[in-house]
Design a protein around this ligand. Structure first.
Ligand code: NAD
Ligand code: WQD
Length: 339
């Protein structure tokens, strides 16, 4: 019998790519998503590529009756928990909505898992938990919690909650994955990142300028202490990230407790480097202007990925060129995303 995996937030950007990787690896996939930031077309496309469909349940993770029912109805073996609200800027304006959605959905999920004796959990955390790093590359044991916004605090609080769960009951097997900057799309251009409204993140923003739905990029600051003055980040291809989840799932099945792994490439690239590389790939000029620094932004952030390499046998394979090539393929073949 195939193992059944519950993927929360599986219609979203990273969840849909990971649901595909799971199906391709032979798992059965059940997705729960309230479609608050996604479209179910993503899952239809996932089914098209994989040659078989994930089971899609449209619903909210905070609905305890529904979540318990899902575990009663299906022999779920493990859970990959992507569902969350993720806009830093929105979280500053609407902190309660962020804490309520992200914390209550995780608590409801964990309670339903415990009720059903399901203890394998992979959680989507973020480099945001490190706040402003005092040194790079950032390793998992570096200080966390000095996060500068409610979104980041919600991730940090969930990490602590999961560590307490694992401490209280050794049946829990939890992987906390701290993603750096996920970008790119499936190379076939069928699935990709389709943020609602104005994109907050660099690569989706550049894609929309290239496709003509936004006029110009604002570069948030060129006076950082970096080689060209613009912010440096560790961009990672979403396919590498998806693959990292499969490795983490394998690893926690074999050992108990809580594990934390950074998922990044270990390389930093500046905003201007990303922009120039994107222009080369797309053949489109990206008009930009230098704007003031974005509040809460940091100069440089990239991962120490040696723990994931050593313990998971996982390493990111895709280059920045391939990430941007695939992001552009997705955006240029789907100028309006899934709409
Ligand atoms: P996304 O918004 O595309 O996907 C999240 C999905 O969760 C969406 O489909 C949304 O509809 C769903 N969702 C939200 N609240 C829900 C609820 N209460 N019940 C059911 N479904 C709900 O975001 P993504 O980029 O795919 O991010 C996935 C996860 O990875 C999130 O937890 C995010 O915080 C984390 N993360 C993302 C990034 C990034 O840059 N994309 C970086 C680090 C961590
Ligand atoms: C990258 C660089 C910007 C947009 C955010 C979250 C983090 C994680 C990933 C979820 C920075 C610059 C950006 C623009 C710009 N998400 N930029 N103009 O800020 O590293 O991380 O997404 O967990 O929590 O904070 O990513 O893509 O927004 O920015 O100049 O229009 O691009 O200043 O240097 P960031 P980003």
């Amino acid at each position: 019998m195939r193992h059944k995996i519950l993927v929360t937030g599986g219609a979203g950007y990273i969840g849909s790519h990971t649901a595909l990787a799971l199906l391709q690896a032979g798992y059965d996939v059940i997705v729960i998503d309230n479609l608050s930031n996604s479209s179910k077309v993503s899952l239809e496309r996932v089914g098209e590529i994989a040659g078989r469909n994930p089971l899609f349940i449209e619903g909210d993770l905070r609905d305890a009756a529904l979540v318990n029912q899902i575990f009663n109805d299906h022999p779920i073996e493990s859970v990959l928990h992507f569902a969350a609200l993720k806009s830093v800027e929105e979280s500053v304006r609407e902190p309660l909505r962020y804490f309520e959605n992200n914390l209550v959905s995780t608590m409801t999920l964990c309670q339903a898992m415990a009720n059903a004796n399901v203890f394998n959990l992979v959680f989507s955390s973020s480099a945001v938990v490190y706040g402003a790093p005092s040194i790079v590359p950032i390793a998992e044991h570096h200080p966390t919690g000095q996060t500068t916004n409610p979104y980041g605090r919600s991730k940090f609080m969930i990490e602590q909650m999961l560590a307490d769960l694992a401490e209280a009951d050794p049946r829990w097997k939890i992987a906390i994955l701290r993603y750096f900057n996920p970008v790119g799309a499936h190379p076939n251009g069928l699935i990709g990142e389709d943020p609602n409204g104005m994109p907050n993140n660099l690569v989706p923003y550049i894609c929309r300028v290239a496709v003509g739905t936004l006029a110009e990029l604002k570069i948030f600051g060129n006076d950082y202490p970096t080689a060209d003055g613009t912010g440096v980040r560790d961009y990672i291809h979403v396919l590498d990230l998806a693959d990292g989840h499969l490795s983490a799932l394998d690893a926690i099945r074999k050992s108990g407790g809580t594990h934390i792994w950074n998922l990044g490439t270990g390389q930093g690239n500046s905003v201007l480097e990303v922009l120039r590389e994107f222009e080369d790939i797309s053949g489109r000029p990206i008009p930009y202007k230098i704007a003031p620094r974005r509040p809460g932004d940091i100069a440089t952030c990239f991962a120490d990925v040696s723990k994931a390499e050593r313990e998971l046998g996982w390493k990111a394979k895709y280059t920045l060129n391939e990430m941007l090539r695939d992001a552009w393929k997705w955006q240029s073949t789907n100028p309006l995303g899934y709409k």
